[in-house]
Design a protein around this ligand. Sequence first.
Ligand code: ZN
Length: 459
Amino acid sequence: MPRFLLRQALLPTGWHDNVLVVVDAAGMIASVTSGSVAPDATLLDGAVLPGLANLHSHAFQRAMAGLAERAGPGNDSFWTWRETMYRFAARLAPEDIQAIASQLYGEMLEAGYTAVAEFHYVHHQPGGVPYADPAELSRRVLAAADASGIALTHLPVLYRYGGFGQKEPQERQKRFLHTSDAYARLLESLAPAFRNRADRRLGIAPHSLRAVSPEMLQEAIAALNAIDAGAPIHIHIAEQTAEVEDCIAWSGKRPVQWLLDQGIVDQRWCLVHATHLTTDEIQRLAASKAVAGLCPTTEANLGDGIFPAVEYMAAGGRIGIGSDSHISVAAAEDLRLLEYGQRLITRSRNLLAGGADRSTGRRLFDAASIGGAQAVGQPMGVIAAGRRADFLLLDQDAPALAGKNGDSILDAWIFSSQMRSAISEVYVAGRRVVEQGRHIRREAFAADYRKSLTRLLEE
Ligand code: ZN
């Protein structure tokens, strides 16, 4: 069985030196022993962290990052950005989806993410007719995940309506749409690709309360439970104040309040964004044990607002991070901005450290690694027996890490390093996929990506 000797490693009990990790044939950790001597083991000569889960991704949006930064005639907002996104989504062919996702997943691995939850909502041909295999675009995402080596939680999106109260969808939303029956068939056809794989999980993503009816939400959960009763359920919620107002007009309740009142939210759930919360919603969401899926760089890019992280984490609320629209793919940057948003609105510092003399970087990393693992429903998040052997080796020669030890490594990585550059090697299920800071297929992915982008942007 492969054996790794980690010079310094973050374990559930804190930092340990000379940690021997034995990995089984499936890439799962069989044992962890600190203070070991093992000259025959593969040496990871530096600080080693568990791999992070990127809990929210729309892979195709990687290719439109940077295309929505030109001011329009009126007030630019999430809703004007969405028009650009719809125009872009309308042009994508299956090979584009695969090329973009492969490039993105390679970047994610370089950035410290060893798993991704893909919130996948472009399903059909332009115009809305399903492909001969209705799961065609999902299979392209699976192929990209396999090519890159990233672990995948695939979340086919259920999308049916154009607004609260079952408004008919727009023309531009037709590539996204399913009936409940067609959606259940899509899940069934995908399920075999997820069986007996420690690096894959199939879940669901009802897009938002504006895009599905209450009945469809229940039907989607029932369809998932027939396949995997513990699998993740993700939903966009309360990202925009206009969405909160529309939800109140429809139901008399705010989105998070409405969802919590259904009595179904538990540890399987990831409420993506959940930006706009009342004090009561903060307490109730924290108590539900669901994960709030935070995407600070995207939320900043879109002008969404700032999640009340201080109050929510003080209440024991669980979080994870995602790169969502991929205007940035850097775990350290999203964690940094999460803390900085709180600093900027409160005019104070180290707000998420969780107590006096505690490291902000450590608290952020622990919360995101454990919450992220829960949200993607995969055995990861800590270096321990029974978990997958996902490791990030930080570059001990990185200037930002010079002279640092223990939690100060995390503070330096998150708050003072140049994004990805401090990660030198990444392992998923015991297999090395990033060497010297570069994904092993970086050049091939970039060539295919350039080809797709050149064609897409020419049209
Ligand atoms: Zn999203």
